[in-house]
Design a protein around this ligand. Sequence first.
Ligand SMILES: [Zn+2]
Length: 66
Amino acid sequence: MKCPFCGNEMKEGTLHSGGRYVQWKGVDAEGRKEEYLLAKSYMGGAKMEGHLCVECRKVILDIDQF
Ligand SMILES: [Zn+2]
């Protein structure tokens, strides 16, 4: 997916929260695990799939239907 702000290719992965940090976890083009610290947080645990633009520091998430 292309970033709607800068046009660069976004990284697929999952947003993880819980404990003290919100992190992005994905894999790079060679299949190696990548992790990005997005925020320090005291949110409850959650995991959501989405796309990350490292250049713009933006995340687009898919939200479950409730
Ligand atoms: Zn971007």
